[in-house]
Design a protein around this ligand. Structure first.
Ligand code: SF4
Length: 379
């Protein structure tokens, strides 16, 4: 069982960003009240005795919260939920917020994992993406986090950003050689509707790299990152031994989680997903008016067996652990697997999928065409 808290504020909006967040600090007080109300109200939803193994603050920009806001939120969680003593407690942070004071505060608050949005080490790409830090500042931020006592530090990179260059990979390699980073997420640029890059792509002022160019970059980065001692354990994620993200792994293993805050998603681990409204004002109105919260605060979906089979394919095949054949042959899924398994032969013949130790797995080449594979295997 896991807890996710979505912090919907950012200092400003990055050019590629399609996440729900707003720039600025308006409605912070109402949001804090509504968030705490939601946290308290939902405490019995997945059983009051549940023990949470991971807590993850994402966004948005959680690193911009004040000490008072942290105390209020964390106290509310601790008072209402059972958190395992060895829980993984992750905070997403932007380099510009990682000062010695903040990093020490986060350690004091119990965070034991930091996920830093580096995105690129090319200053032109950072500027074109409207990031608020330089490559040098990103490096300094990692060093500051290390000095404050963080030993589990993940960084994010995006390939294909405007103004990025083929040689950027050398800067990334240098960083991984010099600093004890334990986790790396590597994303291929996606042009999300509503983002600044979406508008630029529409009006022709930005042309994203071709699929082939992105695939070549992805493969080159994968080789380089693995050569630095990282295991490629999910399409976009790499970890040093023992440092896989426990929180994200819980998503891919379809374990239950509670998501708090505007736009946060929750899953009961079997047949129900729900997601909060992606609008701070409406979120606050809903949770500050308890009568409204059950009807206007979130939407939900009941998953039938075919949906759950499709989710199994989509989430487990993203990981290097793949899908145990015993799950595909289980009573719940055998009917859908029998109907769709013929589509797999083509991918086994191409060498992009394999069955090994009684598990169905995709290779890195397979992950690059995973959308097509998933679609063929879906019922
Ligand atoms: S990428 Fe992160 S920091 Fe930038 S706007 Fe999106 S959520 Fe905020």
């Amino acid at each position: 069982m896991s807890i996710y808290v979505h912090i919907p504020f950012c200092h400003s909006k990055c050019a590629y960003c399609g996440f729900y967040s707003v720039a600025g600090t308006s409605m912070r007080q109402e949001w804090l009240k509504a968030l705490c109300c939601e946290i308290v109200t939902r405490k019995t939803e997945m059983g009051e005795e549940s023990i949470h193994q991971t807590i993850y603050f994402g966004g948005g920009t959680p690193s911009m919260l004040s000490p008072q806001e942290w105390n209020t939120i964390l106290n509310t969680i601790e008072e209402n939920y059972n958190i395992a003593p060895d829980a993984e407690r992750t905070l997403e942070a932007n380099p510009e917020d990682i000062t010695p004071t903040n990093a020490t505060l986060w350690r004091t608050l119990g965070f034991n994992r930091l996920s830093i949005g580096v995105q690129s080490l090319n200053d032109n790409a950072l500027k074109a993406s409207k990031r608020r830090h330089s490559a040098h500042e990103a490096r300094r931020a990692i060093e500051t986090a290390l000095k404050a006592g963080f030993t589990n530090i993940g960084i994010d990179f995006i390939i294909g950003l405007p103004e990025s260059e083929a040689s950027d990979i050398n800067l990334a390699e240098q960083l991984l050689k010099e600093l004890p980073i334990t986790h790396l997420s590597l994303y291929i640029l996606s042009i999300d509707e509503g983002s600044i890059l979406y508008k630029k792509t529409e009006n022709g002022t930005f042309t994203p790299p071709s699929d082939d160019a992105e695939a070549d970059m992805y493969k080159e980065y994968c080789q380089m990152i693995k050569a630095q001692g990282f295991e490629h354990y999910e399409i976009s994620n790499f970890a040093k031994p023992g440092y896989r993200s426990r929180h994200n792994s819980a998503y891919w293993e379809q374990k239950p989680y509670l998501g708090f805050g505007p736009a946060a998603h929750s899953y009961n681990g079997s047949d129900m997903r729900k997601w909060n409204i992606a609008n701070i004002k409406k979120y606050c109105e809903a949770w500050l008016n308890s009568e409204a919260s059950s009807t206007t605060g979130y939407e939900m979906e009941i998953l039938g067996k075919p949906d759950r089979y499709n989710e199994l394919i989509m989430t487990r095949l993203r990981t290097s652990d793949g899908i145990p054949m015993s799950l595909l042959h289980s009573q719940s899924f055998i009917e859908y697997w029998e109907t769709n398994r013929r589509a797999l032969q083509k991918y086994l013949d191409m060498g992009v999928a394999r069955i090994e130790n009684d598990k169905l797995l995709l290779t890195e080449e397979g992950w690059l065409i995973s959308d097509a594979i998933f679609t063929d295997l879906f019922c």
